[in-house]
Design a protein around this ligand. Structure first.
Ligand code: SF4
Length: 110
């Protein structure tokens, strides 16, 4: 069993219901293929809070407090999916989450 938390782009959230992220978790594809032999529990899926990721670290830390063992940044934070532009802050956000929580941060979901 692995417990995961997801952080997603505040802007992308307005047009994306997260279907591809949830499918990747359910089907163990994309970044979740590494858990092919494990059950995945979703602790939460939280928005970053808007540029430059104002709430991302706080949200991730809360998910870790609630049991998340790994934090995933949504593909919406890594690639121009579902829309342009690509987030300029994702690497910085990931590093800040690692530093604050001590857990691994995976870049992208599906
Ligand atoms: S910081 Fe990145 S992930 Fe957050 S709203 Fe801005 S572009 Fe989207």
């Amino acid at each position: 069993m692995v417990k995961v938390g997801l952080v997603r782009c505040e802007g992308a959230m307005r047009i994306c219901p997260g279907t591809s992220c949830f499918r990747a978790i359910r089907e163990k594809t994309g970044s979740f293929a590494q858990y092919s032999d494990e059950e995945i529990e979703i602790i939460g899926m939280a928005p970053c809070g808007g540029c430059p990721g104002r709430d991302a670290v706080r949200q991730a830390a809360e998910m870790v407090r609630r049991g998340a063992e790994v934090i995933f940044l949504g593909t919406c934070m890594i690639k121009p999916i579902p829309s342009e532009p690509v987030c300029k802050y994702s690497a910085e956000i990931a590093e800040a989450i690692r530093k604050k929580t001590g857990v691994d941060v995976v870049m992208g979901t599906h």
